[in-house]
Write a protein that binds this ligand. Sequence first.
Ligand code: AMP
Ligand code: MN
Ligand code: MN
Ligand code: MN
Length: 287
Amino acid sequence: MLNIDLHCHSNVSDGVLPPADVVARAAANGVHVLALTDHDDVAGIAAAQAAADAAGLTLIPGVEISVSWGGQTVHIVGLRIDPQHSVLAAGLADIRRGRIERAHRMSDDLARSGIAGAYEGAYDFAVNKEMVGRTHFARWLVAGGHAPDMRTAFKRFLTRGHPGYVEHEWTSLENAVGWIRASGGMAVVAHPGRYAFNARELHLLLDAFRALGGEGIEVITGSHHPSEYGKFADLARAFGLKASRGADFHAPGEGIDIGRLPALPHYCQPVWQGWPELAAHLSPSLA
Ligand code: AMP
Ligand code: MN
Ligand code: MN
Ligand code: MN
């Protein structure tokens, strides 16, 4: 069976490994098909592609776009996108500019709680100076002894009701799905179990997403507890969405490793059904 992992991060966004090292780690873990899905940037895809060619692994160009919907932040993964597409590139550049402005406000908020220098500190942890996020702030807070680990950093800081959290208007669901589709890609709702929506709100999101041409939803992700897999597999089926699988890997020792997830439930229709990229991995007798 093919090991397909369609969600991970490099240090182009908030992961810690360079794109080529993410690909090498995936290959070492037995992954056949990998999507690099950095937050709001596609700058790692060329290096990842070169590494994938060398390792004999299939790379799917991807991205994870930050969206505001229903008063929450929602992440939309784009798979099989064209990273060169001008509409997508311009949209992502716009989001990254917003991130820099947000980082100043986050830093100001931390300063009001007596923690100074967070903006500069977080930027030191960001390899890609255009893509700074809460993870970089969290790594800086941990390094400075303000929290013992990343989990606690996000419990004490950077989340609603805590120092360092600021509201931010990301792009619209319509834009994110539109840019992904314009570049030839498939839009997938990332980690639906992570949002603070009730069932009705989640259904409204999936209806809106479908109406815009969204096609998939993550069922097996490092963000879901195994007890949730069935619920989201059922939801995928009920809403006519294809199912995706991805660890959401960020760093060794943090969460689930690349490719180390259970398979999709057998009754799911996978997002990769019919992808020509998979043919290279199927034996001639199966092709
Ligand atoms: P941002 O897009 O800058 O708001 O940052 C969101 C990122 O923060 C997510 O993609 C995760 O990598 C990370 N994150 C959010 N919540 C947590 C948490 N509770 N523990 C660890 N990482 C988190
Ligand atoms: Mn992240
Ligand atoms: Mn996400
Ligand atoms: Mn992610």
